[in-house]
Write a protein that binds this ligand. Sequence first.
Ligand code: TPP
Ligand code: MG
Length: 273
Amino acid sequence: MQQKKSLAELQDLCKRVRREIVEMIGAAKSGHPGGSLSAVEIVATLYFDVMRHDPANPKWPERDRFILSKGHGAPVLYSIMAEAGYLPKDRLNSLRKLGSIYQGHPDVRFIPALEASTGSLGNGLSLALGMGCAARLDKAAWRTYVVLGDGEIQEGQIWEAAMFGAFHKVDNVVAIVDYNRIQLDGFVKDIMELEPLVDKWKAFGWHTLEIDGHHIPAVQAAFAEAAATKGKPTVVIAHTVKGKGVSFMENNPKFHGVAPTPAEVQLAFQELQ
Ligand SMILES: Cc1ncc(C[n+]2csc(CCOP(=O)(O)OP(=O)(O)O)c2C)c(N)n1
Ligand SMILES: [Mg+2]
């Protein structure tokens, strides 16, 4: 089983993961730094505190499942799965290269330890709810976690899935919305506003929590509350900062899908010590 990390260890890990995200996207000269950096605490807390899983046995039937529905955030997942021991660390810098297992979006053909290939936005919540129903049919205890982007949840399929999850009481699924308020080329509020977002999820019948997605104890508490919630699925609206940790990327739509230059990588490293 995966060892749990202390709060201090998790915070250290998050810094290291941020450096790796910047480094690998810099080396690739393309990729999505902003939405990778905003999800670091969420994914790290899941892998190193919340989920029951075993890197030595990736297909352990009782494992909790994780889906990064916003698949363009692949670097955060690759870095954390490498840290956990699923994947080779020394090849992270082959991101987006032909033949690399580290493709621009997570792909089960190259990384069998993944639960799903993602990147076509809008699908992950449906996948997660299907997995949740499968666990229930099997009377199994494993739970499913899915990270969604805020731009992503403008997709119609998300709201069909939301209706399904509440109607079928799929209470072993937790959706996390990485609410960084920026989508591909601008602010969500200017493109297609989501507010009042908490009210919407509540109206769809979900147990709805709102947290600071960079505050690890709040992330931990949200997952504990989700596990104790029966009869409805839980959604965690995680307020985050796109580009978190790198001053010139923070809250800057440019760094949705632009790689840092070598000089910017060095600048970011100084900030992420
Ligand atoms: C179905 C689909 N449409 C469009 C895209 C192109 N695309 C990639 S990322 C992105 C923006 C996503 O924004 P958000 O969900 O807020 O992600 P984050 O801010 O976490 O990076 C879009 C439109 C896609 N990957 N899939
Ligand atoms: Mg976003």
